[in-house]
Ligand binder design. Structure first.
Ligand SMILES: Cc1cc2nc3c(=O)[nH]c(=O)nc-3n(C[C@H](O)[C@H](O)[C@H](O)COP(=O)(O)OP(=O)(O)OC[C@H]3O[C@@H](n4cnc5c(N)ncnc54)[C@H](O)[C@@H]3O)c2cc1C
Length: 361
């Protein structure tokens, strides 16, 4: 059974501190780099032999890793970009889960395929993009995903099945969510098929982006202009995780109905909110969690080696000086963030939800 197992691929007792953008001190029982479906078969045999769960990881830019993960980390490095279909208006492109997200967005523009330009510079790999339906500057990736290809790693499975396919509807996309983000997700994404437009239509419903473009006074707007403006805006607003470790937005924004919104506006008349499209005709509104956190006094506040960023209250940053022997663990992060969740709940009666995914076994 295990004769095919290529033990060279398997790393034991792996330090993951550099493998997560929050630089949490973490290690795992084992790690295997997955470059192909064949590698997955090896990993599956290893999992069966050692009774270790398999946990996929991309660039680690949206995770909270526990100090010790008693699992085999699958470093998803499956590459490849292939046009699978096209018609007069659209092109369908299948992209390996291990491709870098930002490089893929750049590649789409160099081929005159449009739609993803507002999502430039989001850290991570293509395979993670459907998990929380990544979004920025008024666009969610769900609008451009045709289907997701995955392998089922459910604990009850005795042998690896063939690659399965979910169409867009089956992925159950919603705000920072999908079927792949559910607790104990067992679907390992191997590729994502995008449906992109052959003609460019600017998506400018996000005020900060449209203001930035207005200032440029361009005679005609190209997708490259949006791409560059998004890159500039992100660089000016978000801390670079290589310099100041962070996981992007640490909390999701809050969605409320009209009665909750009206209750809050009676007391907090300056509270910002945005109208959201809703499936069942009931009005739905988004309240920026950054505003709630700032109101509770956490913007720029530091506790130990952790702080909420002084310019962007939604971003939790790790200020540990590794040279001085300082480090931050999952427990430190959860203690600090729980304080914020309690404060916001006490003040507003709203429950903040942590956006990054916890990996703890
Ligand atoms: C500075 C910064 C800015 C950010 N800005 C944004 C933003 O604007 N919008 C946004 O939506 N997000 C943002 N993020 C979050 C993050 O970039 C995205 O969620 C990204 O898609 C995560 O990719 P990753 O490869 O790092 O995934 P990881 O962090 O490695 O993994 C995230 C989760 O997905 C699972 N996973 C990863 N790959 C696979 C796979 N192939 N199959 C199954 N499960 C898998 C992991 O187990 C984990 O649970 C930001 C993060 C940072 C640090």
């Amino acid at each position: 059974m295990d004769t095919d197992l290529n033990s060279c691929m398997i790393q034991r007792h792996v330090d993951l501190t550099e493998a997560n953008s929050l630089r949490l001190s973490s290690s795992a029982a084992a790690k295997i780099t997955i470059k192909s479906i064949d590698d997955l078969h090896t990993a599956f045999q290893f999992h069966r032999r050692e009774k270790l769960p398999l946990r996929p990881l991309g660039d680690g830019s949206n995770v909270i890793l526990s100090s010790f993960i008693n699992a085999c980390i699958l470093d998803i490095a499956i590459k490849g970009i292939e046009v699978v279909h096209e018609d007069d208006d659209n092109v369908w492109v299948k992209v390996g889960a291990g491709e870098n997200w930002h490089e893929w967005v750049s590649y789409t523009l160099s081929n005159n395929w449009f739609g993803l330009e507002n999502l430039a510079l989001i850290p991570g790999r293509v395979g993670a993009s459907p998990i929380q339906n990544i979004g920025a500057y008024g666009v969610e990736v769900a609008s451009y995903i045709d289907s997701v290809q995955f392998i089922d790693l459910h604990p009850s499975i005795n042998h690896l099945d063939t690659v399965k396919n979910y169409n867009n509807e089956q992925c159950q996309f919603s705000y920072r969510n999908s079927i792949f983000k559910e607790k104990n997700n067992h679907r390992l994404i191997v590729a994502v098929t995008f449906r992109l437009a052959k003609s460019f239509k600017a998506q400018l419903n996000y005020p900060a982006l449209s203001h930035a473009l207005d200032k440029l006074q361009l005679s005609s707007l190209k997708a490259d202009d949006i791409f560059s403006s998004v890159v500039n805006l992100r660089n000016s607003k978000l801390p670079d995780p290589y310099k100041i470790p962070n996981a992007g937005s640490f909390f999701k924004n809050i969605e409320v109905g009209s009665s909750t919104l009206n209750r809050l506006l009676t007391k907090y008349s300056s509270m910002p909110y945005f109208s959201l499209p809703s499936a069942d005709d009931k009005p739905l509104f988004k309240i920026p969690s950054a505003w709630l956190i700032e109101y509770c006094g956490y913007k720029g506040r530091r506790e130990g080696c952790l702080a909420m960023h002084a310019k962007q209250a939604l971003v939790l940053i790790n200020l540990a000086k590794v040279k001085n022997g300082e480090s931050v663990s999952e427990a430190d992060v959860l203690k600090f963030s729980t304080g914020i969740v309690h404060s916001v709940y006490q003040e507003f009666g709203l429950s903040l939800e942590i956006e990054p995914q916890k990996i703890n076994e």
